[in-house]
Design a binder for this molecule. Structure first.
Ligand SMILES: Nc1ncnc2c1ncn2[C@@H]1O[C@H](COP(=O)(O)OP(=O)(O)OP(=O)(O)O)[C@@H](O)[C@H]1O
Ligand SMILES: [Mg+2]
Length: 262
């Protein structure tokens, strides 16, 4: 059984369906990249899975099944237990989502204590350990910093470390590296892949960058105009698919077909 089974969903923000007939299956430990041009519905699909569609967005047909249970019927309390625990997410600038007026350590403590009834000091220690496990330098200094005192890449890595605290079974990442320079981008891509290798985390990563997609993913989903245009194992998408749109996306990246990307 797949860990996540997105079954033929339609999503709409108003009358018209923005996403139509989208199906994605993800096994435990699998990494799936979702690529496609701006406005094709990538973020909409990710947010639908998280139950976090903005502005009256709704899944109007189909189902999203996680670990054998439909996510579409969860209430707020059930979501609070699942989100940030079994299912984690990272966005383009996780730093911007943090409370800018609080020390990173205090935000971390608050996050831990929504999932675990432990004293503040223990939560602080757990947070610092998590940063250190994610190989962030000088975790104590980071805990005592405000988000604006860190670089964008550092904040992003802190966001990922936070999201990893409970070894989520599923990580949803929406353009996690697009705001970053190439070196930091490579670091974060590797960090996500290590999570999969060490914890068996399944990952859906949305990216504009088919190079990143090709490097990370076991399977690739290509979206266009709210529909899945093409999908399959990485090798198929990169080398064998005859879909004209897929070929055009890949053709736009000269380094693909070469060796390592990051
Ligand atoms: N809150 C919203 N209310 C109404 N329409 C929305 C909302 N969010 C997104 N849309 C529409 O849904 C469509 C898909 O948007 P979405 O953000 O999912 O695309 P995307 O593939 O993530 O694009 P990008 O690569 O630019 O992030 C777009 O036409 C967009 O205008
Ligand atoms: Mg998007």
């Amino acid at each position: 059984m797949a860990l996540l089974d997105i079954k033929n969903i339609d999503v709409s923000y108003g009358k018209r369906a923005t996403v139509q007939g989208c199906s994605i299956e993800l096994d435990q430990g699998q990494i799936c990249s979702v690529v496609g041009e701006s406005g094709s519905g990538k973020t909409t699909v990710i947010r639908a899975v998280l139950g976090l569609l903005p502005g009256g967005g709704k899944v109007t047909s189909g189902d999203i099944v996680y670990d054998g249970k439909s996510l579409l019927t969860l209430n707020k309390r059930q979501w609070r237990a699942l989100r940030g625990h079994d299912i984690s997410m990272i966005f383009q600038d996780s730093g911007a989502m943090m409370n800018q007026t609080r020390l990173i350590g205090n935000s971390f403590v608050e996050y831990i204590r929504t999932h675990e009834a432990i004293p503040k000091q223990d939560a602080w220690k757990k947070g610092a350990e998590m940063l250190s496990r994610m190989r962030l330098p000088d975790p104590d200094r980071i805990m005592r910093s405000y988000p604006f005192q860190l670089s964008g890449g550092m904040r992003q890595r802190v966001g990922i470390a936070m999201g990893m605290t409970y070894r989520p079974k599923l990580l949803l990442a929406d353009e996690p590296t697009s705001a970053l320079d190439v070196t930091t981008q490579a670091q974060i891509v590797r960090q996500m892949m290590e999570l999969r290798d060490e914890y068996g985390t399944s990952i859906i990563v949305v990216t504009h960058d088919i190079g990143v997609a090709a490097y990370m993913a076991d399977k690739v989903v290509v979206m266009k105009d709210g529909r899945i245009e093409d999908q399959g194992p990485r090798e198929y998408i990169l080398n064998a698919s005859t879909n004209a749109y897929t070929r055009r996306l890949i053709g736009a990246v000269p380094s693909l077909g070469g060796k390592r990307y990051v």
